[in-house]
Design a protein around this ligand. Structure first.
Ligand SMILES: [Zn+2]
Length: 166
């Protein structure tokens, strides 16, 4: 019981810290792991996108995807692959994103009731949605556009030994 209470006290603090970092990384396109600059090439900024239910096979995926995950830098992407081999399977796909914009938030939705607002679902809400007044925002969302799936694991390295794939 005491442990449960202690966890209950600790969790909101952690959540707040995590949310601040998430918002900073999302706004400034910083790596979600190390908070350094995300990897960027002419094709765009590097994102690891979860391949939910094999959606990577769909045409134009992940165009217009709304994500709460900030981008990533190349060293962290490689390390993630090394530490989590499941990423190399169908788990995640490396995507270059030319255009993206912070267009909403993800958080706890509430709805009005005669007495006080009641909790609804947790969801992503766009800034221009009427529901935006009813969301306790925790994280920023970015909509990804101009996406190029670059493959995961990365393509074999080019002959140039100084060239690092991703
Ligand atoms: Zn990083």
């Amino acid at each position: 019981m005491g442990t449960t209470l202690a966890q209950g006290r600790g969790r909101p603090e952690f959540a707040r810290t995590h949310a601040q970092r998430q918002r900073r990384c999302m706004r400034a396109l910083l790596c979600q792991v190390c908070a350094g600059p995300a990897d960027r090439t002419e094709q765009g900024v590097l994102w690891l996108v979860e391949n939910d239910e094999g959606r990577a096979d769909e045409l134009n995926w992940p165009e217009d995807l709304v994500t709460v995950h900030p981008p990533i830098c190349a060293p962290c992407a490689r390390q993630a692959l090394r530490l989590c081999p499941h990423l190399a399977g169908r788990g995640s796909v490396a995507v270059r994103v030319k255009d993206s914009a912070v267009e909403g938030v993800y958080g706890q939705l509430y709805r009005s009731s005669p007495h006080s607002p009641v909790e609804g679902r947790r969801d992503a809400v766009f800034y221009d949605s009427p529901e935006i007044r009813w969301v306790l925002a925790a994280q920023l969302t970015r909509t990804l556009r101009g996406c190029t799936v670059v493959g995961w694991p990365p393509q074999p390295a080019a002959p140039d030994p100084t060239h690092i794939p991703l």
